[in-house]
Write a protein that binds this ligand. Structure first.
Ligand SMILES: Cc1cc2nc3c(=O)[nH]c(=O)nc-3n(C[C@H](O)[C@H](O)[C@H](O)COP(=O)(O)OP(=O)(O)OC[C@H]3O[C@@H](n4cnc5c(N)ncnc54)[C@H](O)[C@@H]3O)c2cc1C
Length: 277
């Protein structure tokens, strides 16, 4: 079994498997490792790779994989088909696609194979894995609630209002590129085309204009609440709920109201089961 990611043996393993089983389509997650691996596998196999896709389907006319991804700085979506080479390869960012409903009765086949590689043949050795102790573990992609702030918050001090609301709701904090560039929060919190793709149940966007490059990273949220003082801000075109107002007033009021609501629920639950701690 392959352990400890290194590009060279993983590329060899996957290209050997592709050459043996001749699949029509090879899909990888556009994670840090997936991005690294997809490029070298496609290059070794001399085939096309459509990276960072947001949609995949089969084109009925050609039976080819139609892979859609943002292009031209995110202002357009393009659909790419690999017609002349096989396999057709694509990578998809985590969480950009909804989990499909379970189809009872359908099953796949897992084929186990021996890769015929020995550790001593591999030039790159993995001596140890030392996680970065200072790394802030931001878990945006899998968060159920994301509170995100934009440049409309004006400064780093006001951006703390986003953190306060997030703390009350047990949410993750997200940001626009403009906020990250201003240094109000770390790069791992950037949502959008060049940042994370999120799919939470609730996304609260405070002082965010809703530029396409931000939108592609969060529009799949089940419920988007936008707070913006400009009623014509583009974010109101796709938000489910909109609050036209000053985020520096709305955020603390929302935080206080939700805190009091949650406190009441906790007290009620404690009264209902007095024996439990
Ligand atoms: C190649 C490329 C890639 C990019 N990738 C990303 C990406 O991954 N993620 C991303 O986010 N951006 C990305 N961008 C940048 C993107 O185009 C926008 O510039 C950015 O998203 C804007 O951030 P913002 O909404 O915080 O700021 P602004 O566009 O400045 O919007 C601020 C908003 O706050 C509102 N506002 C002002 N004052 C208040 C107030 N008091 N209360 C409430 N609202 C207020 C304003 O009406 C405005 O709508 C990318 C751009 C390019 C060219």
């Amino acid at each position: 079994m392959l352990k400890g990611y290194r590009n060279e043996p993983f590329t060899k393993a996957l290209t050997d498997l592709v050459n043996k089983y001749q699949p029509e389509i090879v899909l990888l997650g556009a994670t840090t490792m997936g991005r690294d691996l997809a490029g070298t596998v496609a290059t070794t196999l001399q085939t096309g790779l459509t990276a960072d896709c947001t949609e995949l389907r089969i084109d009925p006319a050609t039976r080819a994989l139609a892979a859609t991804r943002p292009t031209f700085g995110g202002s357009l979506l393009c659909t790419i088909m690999t017609l002349a080479y096989r396999p057709q390869m694509a990578s998809v960012r985590p969480r950009v696609m909804a989990m499909p409903a379970l189809q009872p009765g359908k099953s796949g086949e897992i084929v186990e194979d021996t890769l015929g590689m020995v550790e001593t043949d591999i030039v790159t050795k993995l001596l140890d894995f030392i996680p970065d102790a200072n790394r802030n573990t931001v878990n945006l992609a899998y968060a159920d609630i994301v509170i995100a702030g934009g440049k409309g918050l004006k400064n780093a001090e006001n951006f703390k209002l986003v953190w306060e609301l997030a703390r009350v709701l047990g949410a993750e904090v997200g940001a626009t590129r403009a906020v990250v560039q201003a240094g109000w929060t770390e790069a791992e919190r950037r949502v959008g085309q060049t940042g994370k793709t999120v799919r939470p149940k609730l996304y609260i966007a405070a002082g965010i204009s809703g530029a396409i490059q931000h939108r592609v990273g969060m529009e799949a949220a089940d419920c988007i609440v936008a707070i913006n003082n400009d009623p014509n801000a583009p974010i109101f075109d796709f938000a489910h709920y909109g609050i036209v107002g000053n985020a520096m007033q709305v955020l603390p009021e929302l935080t206080a109201a939700l805190r009091s609501h949650l406190d009441k629920r906790i007290r009620k639950a404690a009264r209902a089961s007095p024996g439990q701690r």
